[in-house]
Structure formats: C-alpha cells, structure tokens
Design a protein around this ligand. Structure first.
Ligand SMILES: *Cc1c(COP(=O)(O)O)cnc(C)c1O
Length: 378
C-alpha cells in the first residue's frame, strides 16, 4: 500500500467484535486476566493499552521501522530516548535545534553527566570534528528549526555509523509522508506528534520508532519504566489526525511554496528560508531525500521595528507557538521557542530579532497572501 492509504488505514480493524471503523478508546487503566498465568495481551495501561497500541503500530508502519512508541509529549519521547545514555556519554546535536531539546540537554541531562556538542550537522567536517572518545550518538533535526538548514541524511548517517554512533532523527517537520529517515539508516526516529501528525492543535504527544529489535526492547523497557506514556484519548486524537496527513500536507506545502516566492520579492523582507526555493543551499539534497519541502518557512524583515505591528495586526495567521496544524501560525523564535538559548548563541546562529517563522496551514492562499500584504510595509 502507498503511504496515503496506510495513513487512512491507521487503526482500522482493531475491533473484530463490532467492526468499528474508528479505533475504540479503551479508557481502562487495567485489564482482567482470564486465569492464572494468562493475559489478553493487556494487563495495565502504562505497559500497553489497545488504543495506544493502534497508534504505535501505525507510526512503525509509516516510518518503516520495527516498533513504535507513544509518549505524553515530544519532550517526553526525547527524555525517554536520552535514558539510553549514561553519565560520561556525549552526543552530537544539530546546532539550530528545537529550543526545548536544547533546554532538556543543558538543564536536565547535563546534571547527570550526559553532555552534548551543537554543530551544523549539514557539514560532515563539523560532525567528524565534534566526535570524541565518549561520543555515543548523533541527533539530527532536518530541516532545522527555525533556519531550515537541511542535513544530507544518507551521508551523515553513514558518517555516524563509521564511528559506531547511534543515529536519532527528529522528523517532526517532515513527517513520514515526506521523509523516512530509517530508509537512510537511522536507528531511531522521533516526532512531536503535537505538530503535523495530530495536525489540529488539539493535543500534545510524542512518538518514537526504532529500527531494530534490540533497540525496540531497550525503548520498551524505558517507556514502561519511566512511564511517560500517551493516554488513550490523546492516542485516538493523533490517530484520527494522521488519517488526513497526506491531503493536509499537500495543501500546506503548496501554500508554503506560494508564500515563500511572494515573500522573497517583497521590499520589506530581507531573506526567506525555505528548502523549496531553488536558491536554498540544500535545495538539491532536499529534493533527493524528501518527497516535498514541507510547510515551514522562516523569514527576516529588514527593519526589526516592523515586527510588533506584523504580529499584532495579522488577522488570519495567529501569533502562537507550535506548528503543523491546519491553522497558519506565526512565531517569533527570538523571544518564544528559542528564548532559553543564550543571546550570543542565538545571534551567532541567526535566530535574531528580525526573524519570524511561519507554519503554513490549509487556508485559501489568496486570504493568506492578503493577510501578510496588509501588515508588511510596502
Ligand atoms: C515541538 C517540537 C518538539 C517538542 O515536542 P512537544 O510535543 O512540544 O513536547 C521537539 N522537536 C521539534 C522539532 C518540535 O517542533
């Protein structure tokens, strides 16, 4: 089956007793045993729950991995993955990173002796130079957030493997509909399912897919041991959202492409960061490794004084954190998602006070263009 079909089929045929098309929500903490030493396969919902299992199976199939795991948030998913490491271990991480992942590494895991170096993972040179005798893993976000830098997955995962590193890809921005990192050798893929997979800004969730049985066993133990699982109601919401991922993303990236081209030529705009623009430095790599360019784009305005009015006066595009939903959102990474990164690091990485990030939704493109036109000085 093609991916659009797999998405729609996610969770169907879970209930042979009734034939229910929608996956039932098993709102139960515990499950009765038929007799001593026997189990229905479900004992206690931290360990396994049938609604969560439907979602976990779906994401494993979509990412072409071995096993899927659902967590209470994207950060809970990353936290659980970081429990794979021990004091003294070192990770190499994309420098233009989701702010929460940076905070988790620096302010939580740093205290337990797990360290990270942040580097531009689009350069093999940089990654090689960051490897030490303690390096255990490479954690890639591609495209990055918010500057949309693209890492060549095949090349970088190959390099990491030469050095025996575990490779983890945060695939939140692309989703399995556009990019499947396990096909390029990634060991683990994770998602903030809050974003495109859920797609409606109505629930917070995290998903992990492991590529091998050995890793699946480790993550299963950590998921059950640490317990940051996704509840049945939210599992159902994410499953429901995933069914329309294909059609949503097609429309979203079509809108994003149009907006990127339009913004690029606007006199108030300095630069547009979107991998689908053919002057983007990694346009070729993007075209090769992903089925599309996604629907996230960032841009800088020429005058930082124009930012407050833009954020205040947009009518359709909401000024709100998060991304990936059907509604278009605009964020100001400098004071929102990336506020926890020290000022000089933010500046040096290009997350400046002139940068805005758009998560493009499924609205009519004319309305989106009109909305932006009305707030940008001409
Ligand atoms: C939102 C996000 C996360 C964190 O996920 P939550 O569901 O908010 O906990 C991690 N990585 C990326 C790329 C994100 O956009």
């Amino acid at each position: 089956m093609k991916i659009d079909t797999l998405l729609v089929r996610a969770g169907i045929q879970r209930d042979p007793a009734t034939g229910s098309i929608s996956t039932p929500i098993y709102q139960s903490a515990t499950f009765a045993h038929p007799e001593l030493g026997k189990s229905t396969g479900y004992d206690y919902s931290r360990t396994a729950n049938p609604t969560r299992a439907a979602l976990e199976e779906a994401i494993a199939v979509l990412e072409k991995g071995h096993k899927g795991f659902a967590f209470s948030s994207g950060m809970a998913a990353i936290t659980t993955l970081l429990f794979l490491f021990k004091p003294g271990d070192h990770l190499i991480v994309s420098d233009d990173l989701y702010g929460g992942t940076y905070r988790l590494l620096e302010e939580v895991f740093g205290h337990y002796g797990i360290t990270a170096s942040y580097t531009d993972t689009s350069s093999v040179e940089n990654v090689r130079n960051s490897i030490t005798s303690r390096t255990k893993a490479l954690f890639i976000e591609t495209p990055t957030n918010p500057l949309m830098k693209v890492t060549d997955l095949e090349l970088m995962i190959g390099t990491a493997k030469e050095h025996g590193l575990l490779t983890i890809v945060d695939n939140t921005f692309m989703t399995p509909y556009l990019q499947q990192p396990i096909a390029y050798g990634a060991d683990i893929v994770m998602h903030s399912a809050t974003k495109y997979l859920g797609g409606h800004n109505d629930s917070v969730a995290g998903l992990v897919v492991t590529a091998s049985e050995e890793l699946s066993e480790k993550v299963l133990k950590l998921q059950n041991g640490a317990g940051a699982i996704l509840g049945p109601q939210d599992s159902w919401l994410i499953l429901r959202g995933m069914k329309t991922l294909g059609v949503r993303l097609e429309r979203q990236q079509e809108n994003a492409g149009r907006l990127a081209e339009w913004l690029k030529d606007h006199p108030a705009i300095q630069h547009v960061y979107y991998p689908g623009l053919n002057d983007h430095p990694e346009y070729e790599i993007s075209s090769r490794q992903a089925r599309g360019f996604g629907a996230m784009l960032s841009f800088t305005v020429k005058e930082k004084e124009t930012v407050p009015a833009i954020l205040k006066n947009l009518k359709i595009i909401s000024f709100a954190e998060s991304l990936g939903g059907v509604e278009s959102l605009i964020t100001y990474p400098y004071t929102q998602t990336h506020a926890d990164i020290p000022e000089e690091i933010r500046q040096s990485r290009g997350v400046t006070d002139k940068l805005l990030r758009l998560s493009v939704g499924i609205e009519n493109i004319e309305d989106l263009l009109e909305d932006l036109k009305s707030v940008l000085p001409s």
